[in-house]
Design a binder for this molecule. Structure first.
Ligand SMILES: [Zn+2]
Ligand SMILES: [Zn+2]
Length: 339
């Protein structure tokens, strides 16, 4: 039996273990993906620390996967061995429940399939994925370039393109980390007047490099006042994980503006009066499904949006994960399966 290496967690809060397993055969409706690269995401802590109920261990994390279809199970149509594919957080959907048929496959009622949580993910040389989880990958993105776009990319791109903001309107991106550094690039390429907000003068050159039209250093300027000077933001994409930072920007929303939350703070205080008086809203955004991932990859290839990455081999998965969790990575961490 041919073997593969995986980096698994064998119990909640347990360490990464690099082990050999049999290479699995794809069952009906699923393909085997030979993984080339897998991004390391903060949400991998769900698997590492057992943050969702019912996770079955051992479990292989990883939901920013790029590889090639290696084998197809019975009944698979439309996907061929050798084809390059991406697999993200959305781990598949049934296609027949009311939400799926209503175009809300992300909220499939039959099964909640999340790659690397409900089934094994991409910290591995091979993984199994349902065809409903597959995205096509453009030739002009390398696998390392494409991997972080499968979660950090789709989350920010899909939130922004569905935000209701129109070309030329003010869109602020709060936070310049793994999500934010992509969010700024996407906002610029989508045609918004893009304002980056972060802490510290040292982030100003980065904001400029990413294409932001203006940078607000929230340590020296009240970000809400800064945005109101520009007429207010139609959308503030909140990628930071600080509730205090989100509290500080909400006063910067324009009339009918939306605070669009994709980062997860512990708690959030919202002042209701400006919401009511200005018909403003606070909204969350789910990352997206496989077709959203595919469109994220295509848009990134077309417009030159790229993640800045630190690269580690699979054998150093524990180190790569710790690097990501430290918050020091510039800006995403990606595992490669060679070596
Ligand atoms: Zn993620
Ligand atoms: Zn469904």
């Amino acid at each position: 039996m041919p073997k593969m290496r995986v980096a698994q967690i064998s119990h909640a809060k347990g360490p990464f273990e690099l082990v050999e397993r049999d290479i699995p055969e794809p069952p009906s409706g699923k393909v085997r993906v030979k993984v080339q690269a897998c991004g390391v995401c903060h949400s991998d802590s769900v698997t590492k620390d057992g943050l969702f109920p019912g996770i079955e261990y051992p479990r292989v994390p990883g939901h920013e996967i790029i590889g090639t279809v290696d084998a197809a199970g019975p009944g698979v149509v439309g996907w061929q061995p050798g084809q390059r594919v991406g697999v993200g957080w959305h781990g598949g959907n049934c296609g027949y429940c009311d939400n799926c048929r209503n175009g809300d496959a992300f909220a499939c009622q039959t099964e909640t399939l999340v790659t690397g949580i409900s089934h094994d993910g991409g910290y591995a040389e091979y993984m199994i994925a349902p065809t409903t989880a597959l995205a096509r990958v453009p030739d002009d993105l390398t696998s390392v370039e494409a991997a972080p776009l499968m979660c950090a990319g789709i989350t920010t791109f899909n939130a922004l393109r569905n935000s209701g903001a129109r070309a030329g309107e003010v869109v602020a991106v709060l936070g310049l980390g793994g999500l934010g550094h992509l969010g700024v690039q996407f906002a610029v390429k989508l045609g918004f007047k893009t304002i980056a907000i972060a802490r510290g003068a040292d982030k100003a050159p980065l904001a400029q490099q990413l294409g932001a039209h203006q940078y607000i250093d929230s340590q020296v300027e009240d970000p809400a006042e800064g945005l109101q000077k520009l007429g207010g933001a139609k959308v503030i994409l909140a990628t930071a994980t600080s509730g205090a930072a989100m509290n500080a920007v909400q006063g910067g929303l324009a009339v009918r503006g939306t605070l669009l939350i994709v980062g997860v703070p512990d708690s959030l205080n919202i002042n209701p009066l400006p919401l009511i008086l200005g018909s403003r809203s606070v909204k969350g955004w789910y990352s997206g499904t496989s077709i959203d991932s595919q469109q994220t990859l295509a848009f990134s290839a077309l417009t030159g949006v790229r993640s800045m990455n630190e690269i580690y081999p699979l054998a150093r998965a524990a180190e790569a994960y710790n690097r990501m969790m430290s918050g020091e990575a510039r800006f995403r961490v990606v595992l490669t399966m060679e070596g």
